[in-house]
Ligand binder design. Structure first.
Ligand SMILES: [Zn+2]
Ligand SMILES: [Zn+2]
Length: 236
């Protein structure tokens, strides 16, 4: 960014939204310690923090079409605010922070998994037009850039404009998402080679979104499906 750009659109801290000083990247000094990383005690399938169990309740009770997946940060009050500004108030630049966190925490793992592509969870066309961007795709691009994996945002699509998941109960969420996604036939070549992918999303809650995406990808010939999300919570 040139000097005028930096003056007109200063970079902001992805946690407190304060203007960053020269030399500060992504977060201001005061916010460095605020984001809480997900530790080792997590569900083997979905990576949700669990106390002692191997597997969380949701993964025990629901079908899982993916291998497994992980998230980087707890979805606590600070991340809730951060995500809300990112998704609803145009702070697209936060994607750089989210991508960097995922790359730092899971970069090595991504190299081992060696996916052909990162697949962002798609938004329905109407919501995309309203928001102007797909937050999951921005995160995927920042991560892909850092880990040298291509992002394919033209493979998986959302069919219906589903009700926002956060307004629904667990049972309703699963129903809401049934048949919500489909694989497009836009690029025969890409479809043919995507046998191992990592789905990328912003927030992991019950896993119904990732499960619905995985189910469709698997039905279309993807063998290995993993996922990475920026945040994970213990439900709303
Ligand atoms: Zn800050
Ligand atoms: Zn789980």
């Amino acid at each position: 960014m040139d000097l005028l750009g930096a003056f007109l659109f200063p970079k902001r801290c992805a946690i407190c939204d304060g203007i960053l000083k020269v030399g500060q990247e992504e977060l201001c000094h005061a916010c460095q310690r605020i984001p809480r990383e997900v530790g080792e005690d997590c569900c083997a399938y979905c990576g949700k923090p669990v106390a002692e169990e191997e597997c969380c309740e949701d993964c025990r009770d629901s079908r899982r079409s993916f291998e497994y997946g992980r998230s980087a940060l707890w979805y606590d009050a600070a991340m809730r605010q951060s995500m809300s500004r990112f998704k609803y108030h145009g702070r697209q630049e936060y994607a750089a922070y989210y991508g960097a966190v995922l790359a730092r925490k899971y970069g090595e793992w991504i190299r081992d998994v060696a996916p052909q592509a990162l697949i962002p969870v798609p938004l329905h066309r109407r919501r995309y037009q309203k928001r102007g961007y797909n937050q999951a795709e921005l995160i995927a691009r920042e991560l892909g850039k850092r880990c040298d994996v291509p992002v394919d945002g033209e493979y998986l699509f959302r069919k219906r404009d589903t009700t926002p998941q956060k307004e629904l109960s667990r049972w309703e969420r699963q129903r809401n998402l049934q048949n919500a996604f489909y694989v497009g036939n836009v690029s025969g070549e890409l479809c043919k080679y995507e046998r191992c992918v990592i789905i990328i999303d912003d927030i992991y809650t019950t896993g119904s979104t990732v499960e619905s995406c995985s189910h469709v990808l698997r039905a279309n010939g993807t063998d290995k499906i993993y996922f990475l999300c920026v945040c994970t919570g213990l439900g709303y």
